[in-house]
Design a protein around this ligand. Structure first.
Ligand SMILES: Nc1ncnc2c1ncn2[C@@H]1O[C@H](COP(=O)(O)OP(=O)(O)OP(=O)(O)O)[C@@H](O)[C@H]1O
Ligand SMILES: [Mg+2]
Length: 231
């Protein structure tokens, strides 16, 4: 395992010359070409670009959910490109929080239980510094602890998903279209929450978005086109 000199000052995530191709039947589909960028601690970086340009693929690789075909990926100072799946799963459980467009909450669990879920993942963090109840209160849902996802609005479900992503105190939150299913005003509230969390907790966020209101509030915008960063 290669570790960058000082993890404390290392970028939360760094991709170096990442290519991604997939075999589909007898063909190889080239999805990413030479993608390099980093996200520093407490930065909010937005990936924008047309549908199919490769944003979700980049997020998956940055989060260690997917692997690069070539190039290197550093997560919180550790080179994850060559890590065996078991070690990668542990690192992912401890260092990455994921937020998806469709919230991805478990329907049979309450808000509180959904937020506690990452604590039960093998290799995960078992003693969080903030409890699920504290986090739900922090995202404005202290009065919805025992509601199930179907008893919550879309905006509320996404807040639960954010509290769930925070419970392990991850090095980075990777969010794929977090406002994609929300109406404009609920989306704006969610953007305000993300900015507030970053301000208060120094949360690092890499987000893919078609939402211009979110992109313009990022520290940096990375533009993706045909699997390449264009600026
Ligand atoms: N499993 C797969 N097999 C084959 N091609 C794939 C696979 N996953 C993604 N692709 C292709 O890779 C390209 C990038 O997809 P990706 O989902 O990363 O785009 P995106 O920028 O997130 O798009 P959107 O804005 O619609 O979410 C697309 O052309 C897509 O068809
Ligand atoms: Mg996508």
């Amino acid at each position: 395992m290669v570790t960058e000199t000082t993890a404390a000052t290392a970028p939360s995530v760094r991709l170096v010359d990442v290519d991604k191709s997939l075999r589909v039947g007898r063909n190889t589909v080239e999805i990413l070409h030479g993608v390099s960028f980093e996200v520093r601690p407490a930065e909010l970086v937005a990936l924008v670009g047309p549908s199919g340009s490769g944003k979700s693929t980049i997020l998956g690789i940055a989060a260690g959910l997917d692997t690069a075909s070539s190039g290197s990926v550093f997560l919180d100072g550790t080179d994850i490109s060559q890590l065996p799946e078991r070690e990668l799963a542990t690192l992912r459980a401890r260092r990455v929080g994921m937020v998806f467009q469709a919230y991805n909450l478990l329907p049979t669990l309450t808000a509180l239980e959904n937020v506690e879920l990452p604590l039960h993942v093998p290799g995960g963090v078992h003693r969080p510094s903030s409890s699920a109840q504290e986090l739900l209160t922090e995202v404005g849902l202290g009065h919805r602890l025992h509601h199930r996802p179907t008893q919550l609005s879309g905006g509320e479900q996404q807040r639960v998903a954010i509290a769930r992503a925070l419970i392990t105190q991850p090095a980075i939150i990777v969010a794929d279209e977090p406002t994609g299913n929300l109406d404009t005003s609920t989306g704006d509230e969610l953007i305000a929450l993300l900015l507030e969390l970053r301000q208060r907790r120094g949360t690092t966020i890499l987000v893919a978005t078609h939402d211009n209101d979110l992109a313009v509030r990022a520290d940096r915008i990375l533009r993706v086109r045909d699997g390449r960063l264009t600026g």
